[in-house]
Design a protein. Structure first.
Length: 285
């Protein structure tokens, strides 16, 4: 019984990280029509921001709070100066964002000296329920993700700006025909997606040693999650991330770990084959 509860807890913690990463990636892909191949490096920058605050002797919490704002600013600058030039050609956009990510990764690698760096958990230790120990920090990650999902949904569903974004996300051509300024919304959307990546990086860096490649492990699974859930909705990427994250965290408990990742891809790609527009495709895009 104890093993079962710990398995569920580990799956929830890893899935929460995936949801934060994929939510921003999916919104950008859905609304802007491009896949941001630098998204993993935005996760890296969020983690690196916390490391900088830690090295400066500042509280880790201040770095975690600052990370999404720093990445939102980075996102706006990149979108206004580079990304917006690629909207007419999604293939060039993928190559361009890949190049941006490569530059970011190698710069950070140089700053880290090619080494792995450890960052302590802001809240360390465990709490017990019915004699079963659970990590406090992983619990914080789970609840933070739930709060972010709820606030994101409220923003998109209950505010005028959010409704314009949602309209542009579900049908960009109709939104432009109705006079909605998609250029401004694109900048806001890219900043939002970048901020979520930064927050994810800030939350996971105490769990994974900081290295220049910390975001790569999540990037491919993130794209697979978006494909599985379907672009064009808020719920699709979240569902895809939950499924891919759950399989990625749960399968190593039942099959050899070396087979777990390939099996995740086989299962997800099989579902995509039968549902190419994604599980949440509603036929309106």
């Amino acid at each position: 019984m104890e093993v079962d509860f710990k398995l569920v807890f580990d799956i929830l913690a890893f899935t929460s990280v995936m949801v934060l990463i994929v939510l921003g990636l999916g919104v950008i892909a859905s609304m802007m029509g491009i896949f941001n191949f630098a998204h993993g490096e935005f996760v890296l920058l969020g983690a690196y921001t916390v490391y900088i605050f830690d090295q400066a002797g500042l509280p880790l919490w201040s770095g975690i709070v600052a990370a999404p704002f720093v990445l939102a600013l980075v996102g706006v600058v990149l979108e206004r100066t580079i990304i917006r030039r690629f909207y007419a050609n999604p293939i060039i956009a993928m190559l361009g964002t890949f190049a941006i990510g490569l530059v970011i990764r190698e710069v950070v690698r140089g700053l880290l000296g090619g080494h792995y760096k450890a960052v302590a958990e802001p809240i360390s230790g465990f709490f017990s329920i019915a004699g079963i120990d659970f990590s406090i920090w992983r619990t914080v990650i789970i609840f933070t993700t739930l709060v972010v999902i709820a606030l994101s949904w409220l923003f998109l569903a209950r505010t005028s700006t959010g409704l314009r974004i949602r309209g542009a996300l579900e049908n960009p051509m109709l939104a432009r025909a109705c006079g909605i300024s998609t250029a401004r919304l694109y900048a806001l959307t890219f900043a939002f997606g970048s901020a979520l990546a930064g927050l994810a990086g800030a939350l996971i860096v105490p769990l994974y040693a900081l290295s220049a490649d910390i975001g790569i492990r999540f990037l491919v699974q993130g794209f697979l999650s978006v494909m599985l859930g379907g672009v064009g909705t808020f719920e699709g990427p979240v569902l895809g991330a939950a499924m891919v994250g759950g399989m990625a965290a749960g399968l190593p408990w039942v099959v050899p770990p070396v087979l777990a990742d390939p099996l995740v891809f086989v299962i997800a790609l099989t579902l995509v084959k039968f549902r190419p527009q994604g599980l949440m495709f509603n036929g309106r895009q």
